[in-house]
Design a binder for this molecule. Structure first.
Ligand SMILES: [Zn+2]
Length: 114
């Protein structure tokens, strides 16, 4: 994984659990996913960082599973959860490797358009 994920994480340190405690967070491994989803994660971070209703919410892992982003977090209210769900829905429509729209994707976005 190139260091682009670490660059994004370092710009939004408050929304990730960067404690380094492996029993609580996987963020010391960065984003465990392909580079095609970096844009989705960057936009997610930009939206999450302005959500103030639950400032204690923290992402504890970001990984790829079955062609979808899996984002785990601690805390967080409805607005935080909504933004995470949008990012997960977007990931299913975008190639994890190159970021292009997936031609085989037939589902809908779970909220707003990209
Ligand atoms: Zn691709």
């Amino acid at each position: 994984m190139p260091s682009q994920d670490l660059e994004i994480i370092s710009r939004f340190p408050n929304i990730f659990d960067l404690s380094g405690d492996v029993t609580r967070s996987s963020m010391h491994w960065g984003f465990q996913m392909g580079p095609g989803w970096l844009g989705i994660m960057e936009r997610l971070c930009e939206r999450l960082v302005v959500i103030v209703e639950h400032p204690s919410a923290q992402i504890i892992s970001v990984k790829s599973k079955w062609g979808s982003l899996r984002i785990s977090y601690r805390g967080g209210g409805d607005a935080f959860e909504y933004e995470v769900e949008v990012a997960k829905a977007q990931s299913r429509a975008v190639c994890e490797t190159c970021g292009a729209a997936r031609k085989d994707y037939e589902g809908g976005f779970g909220g707003r358009q990209m």
